[in-house]
Design a protein around this ligand. Sequence first.
Ligand code: PNS
Length: 162
Amino acid sequence: MKAVYPGSFDPPTNGHLDIITRASKLTDTLIVAVLNNPSKNPMFSTNEKLEMLKELTKNMPNVKITSFSGLLVDFCKQNDCKIVIRGLRALTDFEYEFQIALTNKTMDKEIETLFMPTDTQNLWLSSSVVKEIATFGGKYDGMVPKIVKDRLEKKVNNKGVC
Ligand code: PNS
């Protein structure tokens, strides 16, 4: 089975990595697809996200890292993939995730979305929270992998010199 795990990954967290690791064990090929959407004002460029994700998954041979623009259903079609994986954290994710899943299904009835519950320790973890903590100099050990932490620190420090 081939599946796509799409997201903004701004930046990738331990929660994302947990889903990638678990989903890669259930799939023959897992495509991690970074949404290329500069209008969202991301902290990291698509290239930076791809570099981080490639580094984090270098020991997972069936995981492919790529980016996409436009609609997810079009990306799925182009890659001959009918399964979308999304992680679910607390109940608050549910409505947003349901909307995405049903919208995609309305556009392409062949697409199935599979939800994976996050690991309990990542229940409240999000890229936005990590960025906020990093920006204000707080501690976020255990929330992101080391290479992401290093890059976040560099970003925050570079911004702080103006
Ligand atoms: O990590 P995120 O930001 O929760 O991921 C959201 C994502 C990238 C899966 C979603 O925004 C998406 O698929 N965007 C592509 C545009 C699209 O297909 N829109 C219609 C479904 S909402």
